[in-house]
Ligand binder design. Structure first.
Ligand SMILES: Nc1ncnc2c1ncn2[C@@H]1O[C@H](COP(=O)(O)OP(=O)(O)OP(=O)(O)O)[C@@H](O)[C@H]1O
Length: 366
């Protein structure tokens, strides 16, 4: 038997009404989050991820739909139920840390425990233990202003986990921190989550962060969930051009289907391209979008014949872990990435190949 979801969002719609008109921020969104699952809401600015998080938290009241936390209805438009945030048994971590500046680190963490009715004597050791867990045991007497951004976010994390709620909501918690601290905290957050076993809903527009943290990523597109799945599934099998484009980088070109079989043959500006990744409903003559990730293109070896594209190598950039190369072809520019340096032929051109199972084709407009 599988455990009941920690969070169930059912047919949630939220419309913001302003003097300039109304804006549908969430359009019939449904989503289940398992206990101890880490779900990342990913998408560009304005797609509705913060609104969804705030609706789960109870900071925003949806127009219609239902939200259940641990099987208990906390919002239902049909039954007129709206449980306020403090009664939803969840914690939140914000981008701005939201610590009390006049309280010590320990007192900041004690605060939510006291609010839940425990005495100071009961709360203090629990708060100290949470601070030890985030590596700040020695800083309990310090004030937030005396700590670095990363340390302040650790205090916020301690405060979120101390309540023992099974659900923690994160609103871009690492985006104010520099890259190194962000990477460190990502790892710490993951090990805390594994250790404690809370469910996490985490908002970000940073795809690397999403891929690194998530059990499942929900890619959002103007108020809807465009695709939800494990990071590998989202990256390797994007359900639409939008998802393919937003997660990872992609060369995109338009094409027309020439033949449909086990593989699809498409006429593009780069020449004829074969794909083994295409929707079932393709037909000859149909206009399509072809997507090839830069890292799936390799320099063609002698005798190679699959999906060859030749272009003039105009620039190679060394980026440390990878190298980026730009090929000017008759059909436009192609970006490829490699780990090893590449050398153009004596006429300045380079021929690359891309395996057909790495070429994605979508119906135009998908
Ligand atoms: N209080 C509000 N009043 C009116 N419109 C709002 C309000 N809050 C959000 N919106 C609009 O709803 C849409 C979704 O906003 P939301 O903040 O959920 O997006 P987001 O994906 O979290 O974006 P970001 O990454 O920029 O925070 C946006 O178009 C936004 O302008």
């Amino acid at each position: 038997m599988t455990a009941a979801p920690r969070v169930s969002v059912r047919n949630l719609t939220k419309v913001y009404r302003t003097r300039r008109g109304s804006h549908v921020a969430l359009d019939n969104v449904s989503l289940d989050i398992d206990p101890a699952e880490f779900v990342v809401l990913l998408g560009p600015s304005g797609c509705g991820k913060t609104t969804l998080l705030r609706c789960i938290a109870g900071l925003e009241e949806p127009d219609s739909g239902e939200i259940l936390i641990d099987g208990k209805v906390v919002f239902s438009s049909r039954d007129g139920i709206y449980v306020p945030p403090e009664k939803r048994n969840l914690s939140m971590v914000f981008q701005s840390y939201a610590l009390w500046p006049h309280l010590s680190v320990l007192e900041n963490v004690i605060y939510p425990i006291r609010n839940s009715g425990k005495s100071q004597r009961e709360a203090a050791p629990l708060a100290q233990e949470a601070l030890e867990k985030v590596g700040l045991g020695k800083f309990s007497a310090a004030y937030p202003g005396q700590l670095s951004g990363g340390q302040q976010q650790r205090v916020a994390l301690a405060r979120a986990i101390v309540s023992g709620d099974g659900l923690v909501l994160f609103d871009e918690p690492l985006s104010n921190l520099d890259a190194k601290v962000r990477e460190r905290l990502r790892l710490e957050l993951l090990s805390l989550q594994t250790q404690i076993g809370f469910a996490a809903v985490y908002v970000t527009h940073d795809q690397v962060e999403a891929l690194a943290l998530a059990d499942r990523i929900a890619v959002m597109d103007v108020g809807t969930v465009a695709q939800i799945g494990a990071p590998e599934q989202i990256y390797d099998h994007p359900a639409s051009r939008y998802v393919a484009d937003f997660v990872g980088s992609a060369n995109e070109l338009e094409g027309i289907v020439l033949s449909v079989g086990a593989k699809l043959l498409v006429k593009t500006a780069f020449g004829e391209i074969e794909s083994a990744n295409f929707p079932a409903s393709m037909s000859v003559g149909q206009k399509v979008a072809v997507m090839i990730r830069p890292e799936h293109c390799n320099v063609a070896a002698l005798g190679e014949s699959e999906n060859l594209i030749t272009g003039r190598l105009t620039r190679s950039l060394y980026l440390g872990a990878v190298r980026q190369h730009f090929l000017e072809t008759d059909g436009g520019e192609l970006l490829i990435t490699t780990q090893a340096p590449v050398t153009a032929d004596s006429d300045g051109t380079l021929t690359v190949t891309c395996a057909s199972h790495r070429v994605h084709v979508f119906a135009q407009g998908a």
